[in-house]
Write a protein that binds this ligand. Structure first.
Ligand code: ZN
Length: 450
């Protein structure tokens, strides 16, 4: 972490120097910042533009673990840009164009620094075309977990939370910059590529199969996947026609849990509001080395067959995490507390242990067991504690306590308004507190502090 902080400080210094050096009049073009200002991952994301669409045309050879392709990034400048950064880890860049013209670029860690041949006016749309090739990387997080492009025995398990996306594509890697995605991924015939959104086409020629997927809803970059390998893929539809793609590694027993997926989506739709995306599903791989599941948008990915609670947890993230997304990583409880509480309400709905019983069981944890009570869910304190159990369980307890304070009517109204008013957007904790206070008419500052 120290080198990241150091480099961020240098970048900010350079920005100030540029601002000071620029003449007062006509300083139309300045560099976009190297980071998006997240307290935990200061260099993740970049400043000066917003991405509208990523088009990733990739090919992958599992035998040699080589990924090659072209990314076309459509963006809009939010300031006059003399240069701007993308995030990309490793790879050789063979060609880089801005609006079709060759652009200069430099590499500095995960920063890909692009200097277009001419400044980009504030408000202008522009495209960046990047041909790149090489070995995708596996990123190790401050909490020692791994992510990025993780090779498996028959392909790759592809997950990006919180900082793995630059391991496989050039990106503005901040959850605040959502975009639509097109994926076209070519792999050896016999392998299946599972990316986000709707399957547009698949075609085989010369021993290779190209899978084309389209995510037409805004997506935070860390929720992108292109998990691939041998899969049994089944396609069905929800009652409203939404396509459901379930891919299971044939090495694994199918189990009965996945058959509950449509019922789970229907239940959460009934309490949280309409399902937010135009595709649904699940990807069940054999990748225990990863050690966790992730709510990749429209199709959560599992490193092993999920149990019912895990399946419910990841599906509920489609509302809390994917559609309504944190804008700063320290607000992780807005994802994990809500998804954990969603496990409890699913259990209650199934006639099993109620959310109150789940809450009460944890509430009896003695204060001396600090591993349970700290850090507080609204403030993990460091990126190494971002995925601590307390963020999940005490986050869920906060919601159940809110439910028991304001009553079911106001509580469920608050949840539904939260998902509908912020659908496709990004949020912060004070907005949730304000909404809960507005709906209930109660002053809840003290409640949330406790
Ligand atoms: Zn989760």
């Amino acid at each position: 972490m120290s080198s990241r902080r150091l480099r961020a400080a240098v970048a900010v210094g350079a920005l100030f120097a540029a601002a000071i050096a620029a003449p007062a009049a006509g300083a139309a073009f300045t560099p976009g910042s190297a980071g998006a200002g997240d307290p935990y991952f200061p260099l993740a994301g970049n400043g000066g533009y917003n991405v509208t669409n990523y088009s990733l045309r990739l090919s992958y050879e599992p035998a040699s673990n080589q990924l090659a392709g072209t990314a076309v990034i459509s963006a809009r400048a939010t300031q006059g840009l003399s240069r701007f950064d993308l995030d990309l880890r490793g790879f050789t860049i063979r060609r880089l164009l801005v609006n079709g013209s060759a652009a200069a670029f430099a590499r500095d860690g995960q920063e890909l620094i692009v200097t277009p041949p001419a400044g980009i006016r504030a408000g202008a749309s522009f495209t960046v075309t990047i041909d790149y090739a090489g070995t995708p990387s596996v990123v190790r997080d401050p909490d020692e977990s791994i992510e990025g492009w993780v090779p498996t025995d028959d392909g790759a398990f592809v997950v990006g939370e919180p900082q793995g996306s630059p391991a496989w594509y050039p990106v503005n890697d901040t959850p605040r910059d959502k975009a639509t995605f097109d994926f076209s991924v070519t792999v050896p015939e016999g392998l299946t590529v599972m990316a986000n959104g709707v399957l547009v086409s698949r075609g085989t020629a010369g021993g290779k199969t190209t899978w084309v997927w389209r995510e037409s809803d805004p997506m935070a970059p860390y929720l992108a996947t292109a998990t691939l390998g041998r899969f049994d893929l089944t396609e069905s539809r929800l009652a409203d026609g939404t396509p459901v793609y379930v891919a299971v590694d044939p090495q694994l027993a199918k189990g009965q849990v996945l058959s509950k997926l449509p019922e789970m989506i229907e239940f959460y739709s009934s309490i949280y509001g309409a399902y937010p995306f135009d595709a649904a599903g699940a990807i069940v791989d054999s990748a225990k080395i990863v050690g966790y599941s992730l709510e990749t948008q429209t199709k959560p990915v599992f490193d092993r067959p999920p149990d019912e609670a895990t399946l419910a947890h990841e599906q509920s993230h489609m509302w809390y995490g994917d559609s309504v997304t944190l804008s700063r990583w320290p607000d992780m409880w807005l994802h994990e507390g809500f998804a954990t509480w969603s496990e409890w309400i699913w259990s209650e709905h199934q006639g099993n242990k109620s959310a109150h019983q789940w809450f009460a069981g944890y509430y009896n944890t003695p204060a001396q067991q600090t591993w349970f009570w700290t850090p507080p869910p609204g403030d993990p304190g460091s990126p190494a504690d971002l995925f601590d159990g307390t963020i999940y369980v005490r986050g869920a307890m906060t919601l159940q306590a809110l439910r028991e304070t304001v009553g079911d009517d106001d509580f469920f109204t608050t949840l539904r308004r939260w998902t509908t008013e912020h659908a496709g957007g990004t949020v912060a904790t004070p907005q949730f507190v304000a909404l809960a206070e507005q709906v209930s008419g109660m002053e809840l500052d003290h409640f949330f502090d406790v």
